[in-house]
Design a protein around this ligand. Structure first.
Ligand SMILES: *Cc1c(COP(=O)(O)O)cnc(C)c1O
Length: 445
């Protein structure tokens, strides 16, 4: 145990275990046979205690929920190339803020610049700059602070969103020092409402993507192009908080009417903000792309220093963008997951189901399900998929799902109608056998 966990951890655990035993002996609460058992099991009790204390709290899990961008499960899995790049750059020193040409201090924020610029230019937006911060909430805060502090920002009442984890547009707005100018109603806002709200105090017209809800029925929202036209006419920049920020056309992935970064900028939006770890499929980051003079104002704002990202983020982001530039879309796990056909998921479910036939007391079915995009993208939009559906004799579904989560490699599944559902779309192909083993262990327990 000392070889595995170190002397100090073993010593601590041994002292605690012996103290407990001494107290039990002292109070006379142990029978002779119980005492013998306590001594015999002491090593395994010790090991369990040590494992509990030294195990990192952040662990890999298998996502069998079918929610593709699952914020609670760490959002986008990174591409192999991104992970290798992190290892390459982060195990030693790097030119993070060093100009190799001049041999003196350089700028951190030049990283990823070029790659974003090339990618956007290739997709019809020739002149842009991009800045990267810690997450999209930070990008929105920075943009509002740098562009609208002391002035007004016009937002439709239908777009005053809350994203999970207490990101609320009105709160971010007041933090930034800008004043929120709400217009329209929850369900209907017209271009005339924007026009009427504009005054000499107006600094920004803001559009926020309704990334986790839909408004249906009697609704109206001006087209982005109308907003851009109005902004141009009155000399006020339009900013769009895209949230998810896809760098591909999602129509090709079977997801209709979702905005992407290119389309928004091509329409003439001055600045878009988006997350690095949603549909982009990279590391946690907040990205603001658009008009170089606006981006320069974000860069020189004091908050930028507080929200800046680390070398690992740049390393992973540059590798991810490299995959887009080389058009190696399938090397990005997130796009691979989106692209997988329902048929291919079904075939995997069948293999898993076959391997589970030998498990006594387990009923296995394959059912049609819908995978959810999740994570502030494409609200209400789903992809056809298949799941392995389980019911075990003498174990209810909630208990079985709990055992799956508490196994050696935690598997997170859904419970529906008294059965445990595992949507294999979000499970990596090479994890199928681990899932089989986890199910066998959970039923046996
Ligand atoms: C997700 C999202 C955010 C927050 O992004 P984080 O990267 O989680 O900080 C902000 N705005 C919109 C519209 C979003 O969808």
């Amino acid at each position: 145990m000392i070889a595995l966990y170190g002397r100090a951890s073993v010593l601590e655990a041994a002292r605690i275990a012996l103290d407990i035993l001494r107290a039990q002996i002292g109070s006379g609460s142990l029978e002779a046979n119980e005492f013998d058992a306590a001594i015999t099991t002491l090593p395994s009790v010790l090991e369990k205690r040590i494992k509990r204390t030294v195990q990192p709290s952040l662990r890999p899990v298998i996502n069998a929920t079918g929610v593709i961008i699952h914020t609670n499960l760490g959002r986008a899995p990174l591409a192999r190339a991104a992970v290798e790049r992190i290892a390459e750059v982060a195990t030693g020193y790097s030119n993070l803020e060093f100009d190799l040409e001049k041999g003196e201090r350089g700028r951190r924020d030049i990283h990823a610049q070029n790659l974003f610029q090339q990618l956007l230019a290739r997709n019809g937006v020739p002149t842009t700059a991009t800045v990267v911060v810690n997450n999209n909430a930070a990008a929105v805060l920075l943009a509002l602070s740098a562009l609208a502090e002391g002035g007004e920002v016009v937002v439709s009442r239908g777009e005053l969103v809350e994203i999970g984890g207490s990101f609320r547009i009105p709160d971010i707005m007041s933090r930034s020092g800008a004043t929120l100018r709400e217009i329209g109603t929850t369900n209907r806002t017209r271009i005339g409402d924007y026009e009427k709200a504009i005054s000499e105090r107006t600094k920004l017209l803001l559009r926020v993507h309704r990334s986790n809800f839909e408004i249906v029925g009697f609704t109206e929202q001006p087209a982005l192009a109308e907003l851009v036209e109005l902004g141009k006419r009155r000399g006020i920049p339009v900013m769009e908080d895209l949230g998810s920020g896809a760098l591909v056309d999602l129509e090709e992935y079977g997801i209709a009417d979702e905005p992407n970064v290119y389309a928004s900028l091509r329409t003439g939006v001055s600045l878009v903000t988006y997350s690095g770890d949603k549909l982009l499929g990279g590391p946690q980051a907040g990205i603001a792309s658009g008009d170089p003079t606006l981006v320069a104002r974000l860069r020189s704002h004091p908050l930028f220093r507080a929200l800046r990202v680390d070398k690992m983020t740049y390393a992973a982001l540059e590798a991810t963008l490299g995959a887009y530039l080389r058009e190696e879309f399938d090397s990005l796990p997130l796009l691979h997951i989106l692209r997988a056909s329902a048929e291919s998921v079904r075939a995997r479910c069948e293999k898993v189901s076959e391997k589970l036939q030998v498990v006594v007391g387990l009923s296995v079915e394959i059912v049609e399900v819908r995978s959810v995009i999740g994570g502030g993208a494409a609200p209400g939009k789903t992809l056809p998929s298949f799941a392995v559906s389980l019911a075990a004799d003498g174990v209810n579904a909630t208990e079985l799902a709990l055992r799956l989560r508490k196994g050696k490699k935690p598997v997170v599944a859904r419970v529906e109608d008294g059965r445990v559902l595992l949507d294999l779309r979000t499970v990596a192909e090479d994890e199928d056998d681990i899932v089989v083993q986890a199910i066998v262990d959970a039923v046996k327990k």
